[in-house]
Design a protein. Structure first.
Length: 272
């Protein structure tokens, strides 16, 4: 019970920060999410602290934040996409050069871990900020996506505790059940319709299809993070959020979901 109370209190303040930063405008949101990105990059690097497969955490954070800031600021300084991608590849190749002096036995693995960390964390955080540019008649697409992910996560947990019996993927996440997963998906779809009806009835179809995309993506994102932690033999990615673990534990579903949701937003803009 005490763990449940801790989770609830931490979840409340975490949600307050997320929702508040989104509602206060793109500048505050970019800075708040930038802080989450820094913490996430440090946690990701720490996953490999007992191996020789990681770059310096400082280098990872500096390059990750530089790429994030470059794409976020490109809206105001009018950088072309071509220039931004060139910057990214130059930074990658500079990191590759570092391996010449590190004398690691498996430099290719070290490079792969670094590149994957940038793709897994930095790209989704960039896309979350780019969602601000997506046209919306009445409701923030980013906020709607996050609310639906939280809906899926919360109801999957509640249904799983109440009626969960059949393991979903026991090898990776023994506590997840089919009953909880199905309950979470159903409630996410209901929540998506509610968002559409309460904000703008013209957006109901958009949000319904969004729910169909977000629910399975959130599940796979959670499973993927569980796979990482199980392979590294750890329970949580960090301990910065009491009762919840680390930043990666809270953003796992978001990181996997946002590329698919962003693509759906772009497609919907073209067909309406």
């Amino acid at each position: 019970m005490s763990n449940l109370v801790t989770r609830a209190i931490t979840g409340f303040f975490f949600a307050l920060i997320i929702i508040g930063s989104i509602q206060l405008g793109s500048c505050i949101q970019a800075m708040a999410f930038g802080i989450f990105l820094i913490l996430g990059l440090k946690e990701f690097s720490a996953l490999f602290k007992d191996t020789n497969y990681r770059q310096s955490p400082l280098i990872t954070v500096i390059i990750g934040v530089f790429i994030y800031a470059s794409f976020v600021l490109s809206r105001t300084i009018n950088f072309s996409t071509e220039i931004l991608f060139c910057i990214v590849f130059v930074l990658f190749f500079l990191v590759f050069l570092i391996e010449i002096w590190r004398k690691q036995t498996l430099p290719l693995v070290s490079i792969s871990v670094f590149v994957f960390g940038i793709i897994y964390l930095v790209v989704p955080f960039i896309l979350m900020n780019r969602l601000v540019l997506v046209n919306s008649n009445s409701f923030s697409p980013l906020l709607g996506m996050i609310l639906l992910i939280w809906s899926n996560d919360t109801f999957a947990y509640l249904f799983g505790r109440k009626i969960g019996k059949t393991p979903l993927f026991e090898r990776i996440s023994p506590k997840k059940t089919w009953e909880g997963t199905i309950g979470g998906i159903i409630m996410t779809l209901i929540s998506s319709v509610v968002i559409g009806l309460l904000t703008n009835s013209d957006d109901t179809i958009f949000w319904l299809f969004s729910g169909l995309i977000i629910a399975p993506c959130a599940i796979f994102g959670d499973l993927l993070e569980s796979l990482f932690k199980r392979s590294m033999k750890i329970k949580d990615s960090g301990n910065i959020l009491p009762g919840h673990g680390g930043i990666l534990d809270r953003f796992d579903a978001v990181l996997f979901t946002v590329p698919f949701f962003y693509l759906w937003c772009l497609i919907y803009e073209q067909i309406v």
